[in-house]
Design a binder for this molecule. Sequence first.
Ligand code: PLP
Length: 279
Amino acid sequence: MKPVLVVLGRGEVPYDTPVLHANDLGVVRGDGVFETLNVRGGRPWLLDEHLARMARSAQRLELPLPSRDELVQLAEQACASWPADVEGALRLVCTRGRETGGPVTCYATLNPISPQILRMRREGIRILTASLGFAAEARKAAPWLLGGAKSLSYAVNMASQRWAANQGYDDVLWVSADGYALEGPTSTLVWLSGDELCTVPTDTGILAGTTARFLLDHAAERGWRAAERMVRPAELETTDGAWLVSSARGIAAIREIDGRKLPESPHDAALRSLAGFPN
Ligand code: PLP
């Protein structure tokens, strides 16, 4: 399936069209916000939730986002001729624009879900814990750290994943300096403890994951209660299942943390079907 590129104010353009100037602040400062949405049945899933989070991120960066209607139109244009049977990852990007001033730069791309991600869903993941270097409470009093904002400054996120890959692991679980599990560099931690489906509270400065929120909001359909609480990585070894989840990733079962195996969860299929990812 050919990837799609739509630029705000220009419409769809060939995918290899250059859309950024050399002094775009998104490039030279990582100054902007983005969202990645799951496209299923030819439609963006949880569009409202993603646009609401994008607006919150933009507010934290004091970035003038285009109107909601313009962003909806951008998403719809990108999906317009995408086949219903191909799952996709739709990325909405908005940078602060050129260093010399002027409007924001805003565009959308749509790509099929990568084979690497499909493998993670199928086989589960082996992960390493890695400290973010500050306490779980630290970001509450430090808004400049942009906790909870999905900014374009993802170099640390990517470096974390490369660090794990270089040691033969699939991903990272970030932990606070005081030893609590936080999130993955591109995913939210979800675990099942008895009949409680849990995730980490967002006041720790983690990104408020739309996939985890959906799972917790629908937990009752599987007879589970929803809870937000702090957890230490070692505790995950004795839960009834632990997963890293995201809009692109879907539901990836954690099979190993820091070399210690987690038992296969009997609830894997139930969680997976709750979120309705096609694969
Ligand atoms: N946490 C971080 C840091 C992320 O980058 C992402 C997604 O990209 C997530 C969590 C999961 O969020 P969502 O479920 O909305 O895709």
